[in-house]
Design a protein around this ligand. Structure first.
Ligand SMILES: NC(=O)c1ccc[n+]([C@@H]2O[C@H](COP(=O)([O-])OP(=O)(O)OC[C@H]3O[C@@H](n4cnc5c(N)ncnc54)[C@H](OP(=O)(O)O)[C@@H]3O)[C@@H](O)[C@H]2O)c1
Length: 257
């Protein structure tokens, strides 16, 4: 029954679509005919050019298969702004998302605990972990009612103890994996899958523009190169089109542990 995993015509919410990984996810889902609600926080130029590109490629005006794309400015640290975003989505799409890719993330690079102010710890948890809780609450009733849903959190190798950042970032990403595992067991009966993708050293992103930005770390990647946003999007696409897989955290790290 291929319809189990048919996503054409579904609505996906991708947070942080103005960044490298989120934009790559938007491209792949648009190519599969998925309607998109895309968020940005500060990068209006990036999200605008992404939407222009997506419309030109996948949303030929007048075509019955044209996809709808909306953009929403949201600071995901704010529950109120997330709520306003859902009100806009209700208006523009007439439904809540069928697919949630909770990808927006913040990671100020402070490797040692003594450098991390309490405020930075709290903010990182709010953006990376608390937001995924609020976003999931915003989509789950709709997914339960229709007995179909896909939720993907963007975690990190940091959640496994690796990576180049400090314990504030690691806690936020490790927390996501814990929340994902719990939700996957609670939501399976409603045919909602919940997984996370845990990347490391992905280039062409705001976090890591290129290998020169982290020369020593890049030199130690067993595969000898950075990952690409498209490779992360490949895994996200696989998860949203493979509903039997749930409760998994998939490390995508070029051989790093
Ligand atoms: N690059 C890597 O190697 C790597 C490794 C592991 C995990 N990740 C995770 O992958 C995800 C995507 O990051 P990326 O690598 O694509 O980096 P990126 O290009 O810097 O993208 C980050 C995205 O998150 C958004 N964002 C940041 N703070 C936000 C906030 N408070 N509210 C709403 N949106 C916010 C940014 O929006 P604006 O630009 O519009 O402000 C941007 O769209 C993050 O969760 C990150 O932790 C990345």
């Amino acid at each position: 029954m291929s319809s189990l995993n048919e996503i054409q015509g579904r609505l996906a919410l991708i947070t942080g679509a103005s960044g490298g990984i989120g934009a790559a996810c938007a491209h792949q889902l648009a190519q599969k005919g998925v309607h998109l609600a895309l968020t940005y926080s500060s990068s209006l130029t990036a999200i605008s050019s992404l939407v222009e590109e997506l419309k030109a490629k996948y949303s030929v005006a007048g075509s019955p298969n044209a996809i709808r794309i909306s953009i929403h400015q949201v600071d995901v640290a704010s529950a109120e702004q997330i709520e306003n975003m859902f009100t806009q989505i209700d208006k523009e799409h007439g439904q809540r998302p069928d697919i949630l890719v909770s990808n927006a993330g913040h990671g100020k690079r402070l490797p040692n605990i003594w450098e991390i102010p309490l405020e930075e710890f709290d903010y990182t948890i709010n953006v990376n972990l608390r937001a995924s809780f609020i976003l999931t609450k915003g989509v789950v009733e709709h997914m339960k009612n229709q007995r179909w849903g896909r939720i993907v959190f963007m975690s990190s190798i940091a959640g496994y103890g690796g990576g180049i950042n400090g314990c504030h970032y690691a806690s936020s990403k490790g927390g996501l994996t814990g929340m994902m595992r719990n939700l996957s067991t609670r939501l399976a009966e409603f045919n909602i899958s919940v997984n996370d993708v845990a990347p490391a050293m992905i280039g062409e992103t705001g976090m890591i523009p290129n290998a020169q930005a982290i020369p020593e770390v890049a030199a130690g990647i067993p595969l000898g190169r950075l990952g690409t946003p498209e490779e992360v999007a490949n895994v996200v696409t696989m998860l949203v089109t493979t509903g039997y897989m749930t409760g998994q955290s998939l490390l995508l790290a070029g051989g790093l542990k």
